[in-house]
Write a protein that binds this ligand. Structure first.
Ligand SMILES: Nc1ncnc2c1ncn2[C@@H]1O[C@H](COP(=O)(O)OP(=O)(O)OP(=O)(O)O)[C@@H](O)[C@H]1O
Length: 331
């Protein structure tokens, strides 16, 4: 993604939701995107899919998928890519499932629409995938409707359906949030195993830094519609540069923690349409100095391709000004 901008337009005017967003993901890698509720994570992945809700418009930038600009494709061309080459798992368990068709029929429809195969083969493939998602009694699920399944089961069926099409890129919005923690851990392992097998690239959106830390190769941190930090997982987790990332990391519970109360981030995220001047995090930032509010922070990158958008980063101490997205990602 190069300099992507997204707005929601409504009766009250237009709000810029995603601003100046640069990101890159290599083949077979996982990019985790974290940020508070409302920071624009879902909007970002819906923009990639061309599935923004009514009023949502991409007003600038490019979204390249294997060199092809997705924003220049016709609706029909994008529809052909969606599902088959770019798969998706939505936040609401089962939102992608049709309530009036049995699960098995939905697998057959999807598989036969994208791959020429006999129904029997589609059925076997669906049953195998449901079993891989650790669903008990795949045969029974195959003949069930989505309303007969629990939230966690629906979410696992959705993941199985997305992966059955063997997409090159999978966009996953909170894929494990409807699952209890033990199943969550199993699902993460299973998704990682399938990613290895299918050589899929994943963009994983989550509130849960633990899930992202386990699955991602690179991490992007969003705040107020901007990417304030991104880079290799080890750099972002062990050497966070942005005060917001530091605050997010310090609010994760740790087993060796002595304090019972976790530190929280004071204040509220900014409201779109009422963005503070300069750095949007400055009203809540424990490290803010006088220039942070009026002055837009620069973007800096170090030798590991680790980008931080903060005025306090000092150029020359291993940091240089952030170049174009492609150069920064080393592609
Ligand atoms: N359909 C819409 N119309 C207008 N504004 C919207 C719409 N959907 C989202 N927004 C605005 O965009 C902002 C970003 O929403 P988005 O769902 O992308 O955030 P998020 O980081 O994914 O949040 P969450 O983690 O709660 O899903 C919201 O705060 C809201 O103000």
């Amino acid at each position: 993604m190069e300099n992507v901008q997204v707005q929601y337009r409504g009766a009250g005017g237009a709000s810029k939701i995603i601003r100046n967003l640069d990101l890159a993901l290599e083949k077979h890698q996982t990019l985790g995107i974290v940020g508070e509720s409302g920071s624009g994570k879902t909007t970002l992945i819906r923009a990639v899919l061309g599935l923004l809700p009514p009023g949502g418009v991409i007003t600038g930038g490019r979204i390249l998928f294997q060199g092809q600009d997705l924003l220049k494709l016709s609706r029909e061309e994008r529809r052909r890519i969606r599902g088959r080459r770019i798969g998706m798992i939505f936040q609401e368990p089962g939102a992608a499932l049709n309530p009036v068709r049995k699960i098995g029929a939905q697998f057959s429809d999807a598989l036969c629409a994208h791959f020429p195969m006999p129904k029997q083969e589609a059925r076997q493939r669906a049953l195998d995938m449901l079993a891989k998602m650790l669903l008990p009694d795949p045969e029974k699920i195959f003949t069930s409707y989505s309303f007969q399944l629990s939230g966690g089961m629906k979410q696992r069926v959705t993941i199985a359906l997305a992966l059955a099409l063997e997409p090159e890129l999978l966009l996953a919005d909170e894929p494990t949030s409807a699952l209890d923690v033990t199943v969550q851990a199993q699902m993460i392992k299973e998704m990682q195993r399938l990613q290895q097998e299918l050589k899929t690239s994943i963009i994983l959106v989550s509130h849960n830094m633990g899930v992202v830390a386990q699955m991602a190769d690179r991490i992007g941190v969003m705040y107020g519609g901007e990417l304030v930090e991104w880079g290799p997982k080890e750099r972002v987790i062990n050497h966070p540069g942005h005060p917001y990332t530091k605050a997010l990391l310090s609010s994760i519970p740790r087993l060796d923690q002595k304090e019972r109360l976790l530190p929280s981030i004071s204040g509220q995220p900014p409201r779109f349409g009422e963005m503070p001047r300069g750095c949007t995090f400055s009203p809540r930032c424990p490290e803010a100095v006088s220039i942070c509010a009026p002055q837009s922070p620069g973007r800096f990158v170090d030798g590991w391709g680790h980008m931080v958008c903060c005025t306090k980063i000092k150029k020359g101490m291993g940091w240089t000004s952030y170049p174009t997205s492609k150069e920064a990602a080393g592609i």
